[in-house]
Design a binder for this molecule. Structure first.
Ligand code: ADP
Length: 477
């Protein structure tokens, strides 16, 4: 098949979160399965070096943006035999310091930036010398693609449009006046169109105008049809349940594999766990935590520091976790208030809590390898990638049973010795602490602990499976 993928970030070019991992891995996997793939990205300043060798396909991509027309260019970079990346260049919009904003503020013209991007992607397709069978857009930044396709090229060209929700909490909501930028007739701004409580909701364009809707785990596909998780769109999503599918993300084992990981001091697999201890000692040293406590459990966390990820629970319970005998290694950045609360605790427990407030790819790998457990007390988690990485690194996940966490982590049962981690249902600090206590208790029972690690490392969430599921949706009659 010929497949176009559209998103706002992609490894190895530019990444702020899991979306980049997914777009990078899915594009590559589809190409490896023999399909032809073009992935569209905005040409941000941050990736100009990496895109330096790209060839200009057209420097006259013209799209209407409200009352004026805007011009952009498209550049193409060949990645493999069957894989290309196409960069949409519009320096006024994308040649900036940040991706979505700077110093904690979103850019005020994000509606214009991503509406332009989405329209320009559609307008570039005829220039690609490539007749696509599938147009697969991701998240609100690309949600306008299926709609614009249906209004401009669709009458002459049949293809399947697919839209994937990676996180329903981000819907691309803007003041009503921005609707002009869509160049749609006024009746598209209504409850049955792109309106959401008087605002423009860009995500709705993807929900309404794509043939197939997916989200990144089966559990989350069910959850978003409920009031608790639906972010106000539960009614709409429920009415679309016939076209809504859950496809669990895969883990990119070329980047996340303890056997080959170049970021860690000693590579290992389930037969050479002594090397994991070497990684633990190295991690403690790097984080300036006492190496002589290497016998005691270390709990790792790597993620954006936001309420979604349960960091308020963490801040509330760190004194108890420390009293229970564990140390914590936290890497992340995000909400300044939560960062401050955590920093105070790190100052109070300098030998037990390491806090790194930055984005550090190498350290993320070192924490995955060196920690004993990995904590993800998320309020909601569409898929979550770190628990899958943790399983492969034998770093036992402790998760809230929601979204993709519920689909990938099975609680350990000492009776049957099955299960790959620990989980809790209620969204409360007490429930989280109880799960941490169960994990710490099991850690002290060596035989059981080794069993959980072995069960975890045997799990396989490779991309091949997910890519095949997407392919069957692309091909579905
Ligand atoms: P989300 O997309 O909601 O941020 P995911 O678990 O799906 O969460 O993906 C997060 C990805 O970003 C993972 O690959 C994780 O390792 C990485 N990541 C998040 N914060 C950091 C950080 N501070 N340093 C390095 N990697 C990070």
């Amino acid at each position: 098949m010929r497949i176009i993928i559209v998103g706002s970030e992609m490894t190895p070019f530019v990444k702020t979160g899991g979306l980049a991992d997914v777009i990078g891995a899915l594009s590559r996997e589809l190409a490896e399965l023999g399909h032809e793939v073009v992935t569209f990205l905005p040409l941000y300043r941050a990736l100009k070096d990496k895109a330096a060798a790209a060839q200009c396909v057209s420097n006259n991509i013209r799209v209407p943006m409200g009352g004026r027309s805007m011009v952009g260019a498209v550049y193409e970079l060949q990645l493999g035999d069957r894989q290309r990346v196409a960069f949409v260049r519009q320096d006024e919009l994308f040649d900036r310091e940040g991706l979505y904003g700077e110093s904690d503020h979103d850019y005020e013209d994000n509606a214009a930036r991503y509406l332009f991007f989405s329209k320009a992607v559609v307008a570039s397709i005829p220039a690609l010398r490539f007749v696509p069978d599938v147009l697969h857009a991701h998240d609100w930044q690309a949600a306008f693609v299926p709609l614009w396709w249906s209004r401009t090229l669709a009458p002459a060209w049949r293809l399947r449009t697919v839209f994937t929700i990676h996180n329903l909490a981000y819907q691309g909501l803007f003041p009503r006046r921005q609707f002009d930028l869509t160049n749609l007739p006024a009746d598209y701004f209504g409850v049955k169109g792109l309106e959401f409580h008087g605002q423009l909701n860009v995500l709705k364009a993807g929900l309404l105008y794509s043939d197939v809707l997916t989200t990144v785990s089966q559990h989350y596909a069910q959850e978003i049809q409920t009031k608790e998780y639906g972010c106000g769109l539960e009614g709409l999503l429920k009415s679309y349940r016939g076209k809504l599918h859950g496809v669990l993300n895969g883990a990119d084992y070329t980047a996340w594999n303890p056997r080959t990981d170049p970021h860690i001091v000693a590579n290992y697999d389930s037969h050479s766990l002594a090397n994991k201890v070497t990684c633990k000692r190295a991690l403690l040293e790097t984080l300036k935590l006492p190496v002589e406590r290497a016998w005691a459990p270390v709990i790792g966390m790597v993620s954006r520091i936001v309420e979604q990820k349960g960091y308020d629970f963490i801040a509330e319970t760190i004194p108890q976790i420390v009293t229970m005998g564990a140390s914590l290694a936290i890497l992340g950045e995000g909400d300044p208030d939560l960062e401050k609360r955590l920093q105070k605790l790190a100052d109070r427990y300098p030998t037990r809590l390491s806090l790194r407030l930055c984005f550090d790819e190498a350290l993320a790998h070192q924490i995955e390898a060196g920690a004993d457990m990995f904590l993800m007390p998320s309020r909601f988690e569409p898929c979550g990638l770190n628990q899958m990485y943790s399983l492969r690194y034998g770093t036992v996940p402790i998760v809230r049973a929601t979204g993709g966490l519920a689909d990938t982590v099975e609680p350990y049962n000492p009776g049957t010795q099955t299960g790959n981690g620990f989980s809790f249902e209620a969204c409360t600090p007490a429930a989280m602490l109880a799960a941490v206590a169960r994990a710490l208790e099991t850690y002290r029972q060596r035989q059981h602990w080794v069993r959980v690690i072995q069960n975890a490392m045997a799990c396989d969430f490779s991309w091949r499976k997910s890519a095949l599921q997407y392919l069957s949706l692309y091909q579905m009659p």
